[in-house]
Design a protein around this ligand. Structure first.
Ligand code: ADP
Length: 483
């Protein structure tokens, strides 16, 4: 017999006193903050409070940033020994750790993710990426990528809003370790931690121009993509924009890595340890409000355990706490923007109209800000849009299968191929399934585990190239294969 105990949690808010947010920011170019022209607001999606005014980068700003990056590349960074470059990266990593609380609070305010996640996942992992790549800076010739690997030059890097500082770290750390300089554009709705990172670069006395940060929207991103002074484009974002970028760079000499969308299958075989699996399902789709390109958004349950898993999953979901991201007990925070909320609402409505059954636990959502209750759809078939399209929100589509072969066929029946999960007690089944799955990252009896040593990237429409590990370094070096 199951007993459910419900605890009342008193509010446990993290203090925001540690961060100082300026009313207005410019760009970070050539080691200095320079004023912008036009500005736009960045808000806290949990309260709709305007946090600051952010510069909208135009042609002159991107030109200045590329010029500063080229100068730093030619005169300083490409000439410096790997050992020296490594020292700067270690210094940056240590400062990020020292200022971790500041970064975590700022990330949560600007993004809406729970403080528990920014504190325990985003910021420590971002620092870990700098530590890991600092170690490679003087050992590139031992990375198995040729005896005398050379940097590409200036990298233009465009990142999304779901893991703002972590995506910055994924991009900046390997680029710098390999001897490149960068022009980075954070997403328009989450620029604040990138601007704090600019301060860290100053504090670490990183040579001027090695890292340049230009804020702005898609038009600023397009200026970076199309700039003739850039040697490499690294992009993480939607498949739609990824395709635009791929077309734009195709006739040029720019090298490119793209980390795009996903619709991962999380496959539960009937021999899976059910309680652990339920935790993994929750972590797979509700971590970071489901704003995760590798989220386990399609749950594939073997038919004979489907009822039991769903029953336990719903019980578990009743205990998820949705609300103030700054509260240390919150599990699911705010949706990052009004636009993203509208997309989630629209696709969920399509789920209803196509005949899937919607379920959410009872939860009271705040009046202000952007919120969506954790949701599961059962009775989903392959033909449903919610089984095919990335929702990028806290919405799980549940499908069933009878045989392992059917599971694989359904899992692979997608234009994406970023990640997948396998839940089974049998090692042989896990190995067999992982060989059949067309996905860049496959987790077994776990989900959403990240490590800087492990390459991450997709098949098919999920992207080109890998980030992290030795494979990721190859994306920032000349003449080495990207796969
Ligand atoms: P999402 O749909 O999840 O917001 P996007 O792919 O639109 O993701 O955004 C990811 C990043 O790409 C953001 O920094 C955004 O400003 C930038 N971006 C959007 N459109 C373009 C474009 N046409 N060219 C280059 N960058 C773009």
């Amino acid at each position: 017999m199951e007993t459910t105990m419900t605890f009342e949690y008193a509010p446990a808010p993290e203090s925001r006193a540690i961060v100082t947010i300026k009313p207005k920011y410019g760009h970070f170019i050539g080691g200095k903050f320079v004023p912008g022209g036009k500005h736009f607001p960045t808000i806290n999606p949990a309260t709709e409070e305007v946090l600051s005014q952010i510069a909208l980068g135009g042609k002159a700003d991107v030109d200045a940033a590329v010029k500063a990056a080229r100068k730093a590349y030619a005169n300083t960074w490409s000439k410096m020994s790997g050992k020296e470059r490594g020292k700067y990266l270690y210094r940056i990593a240590r400062i990020m750790q020292e200022r971790a609380r500041e970064f975590a609070v700022l990330e949560t305010l600007d993004n809406g993710k729970p403080i528990r996640e920014s504190r325990d996942t985003d910021i420590p992992l971002a620092a870990a990426h700098f530590f890991y790549h600092a170690g490679w800076a003087d050992k590139l010739e031992y990375a198995g990528l040729g005896t005398s690997p050379k940097p590409l030059g200036v990298a233009g890097q465009i990142i999304p809003w779901n893991f703002p500082l972590l995506m910055l770290a994924w991009k900046v750390a390997p680029a710098l370790a390999a001897g490149n300089t960068v022009v980075l554009k954070p997403a328009e709705s989450t620029p604040l931690t990138a601007l704090l990172f600019a301060e860290v670069c100053q504090q670490a006395e990183l040579p001027a121009g090695v890292v340049n940060i230009v804020t702005g929207d898609g038009s600023t991103g397009a200026l970076i993509v199309n700039h003739p002074g850039i040697d490499k484009i690294a992009f993480t974002g939607s498949t739609e924009v990824g395709k635009i970028i791929a077309r734009a760079v195709a006739p040029t000499n720019k090298s490119v890595t793209l980390e795009l969308g996903g619709k991962a299958a999380n496959i539960v075989f009937d021999d899976a340890p059910i309680d652990e699996t339920v935790e993994g399902i929750v972590n797979g789709i509700f971590f970071n409000q489901g704003h995760v390109c590798c989220a386990g958004s399609r749950l594939l349950l073997q038919e004979n355990v489907a009822e039991e898993v769903l029953h336990k999953l719903k019980n578990r979901m009743e205990k998820i706490r949705v609300g103030d991201p700054m509260d240390k007990n919150t599990d699911v925070g705010a949706i990052n923007s009004k636009e993203q909320l509208a997309k989630i609402i629209e696709l969920a409505a399509v789920g209803d109209s196509e005949g899937a059954e919607r379920w959410s636990p009872a939860c009271t959502l705040p009046n202000k800000g952007f919120w969506f209750a954790p949701t599961i759809f059962t009775g989903v078939t392959q033909a449903h849009r919610i089984a095919r399209e990335e929702i990028f929100g806290p919405v799980l589509s549940v499908l069933t299968f009878r045989t392992p072969a059917e599971a694989i066929e359904k899992a692979n029946n997608t234009p994406f191929g970023l990640s997948a999960g396998i839940w089974s007690e049998k090692g042989s089944r896990t190995l067999w399934a992982s060989q059949q799955l067309r996905a860049g990252v496959i987790w077994a009896n776990t989900f959403n585990k990240f490590d800087p040593t492990s390459p991450f990237g997709g098949y098919k429409e999920s992207g080109w190239g890998r980030e992290g590990g030795r494979h990721g370094l190859s994306g920032y070096l000349k003449g080495v294969s990207h796969e």
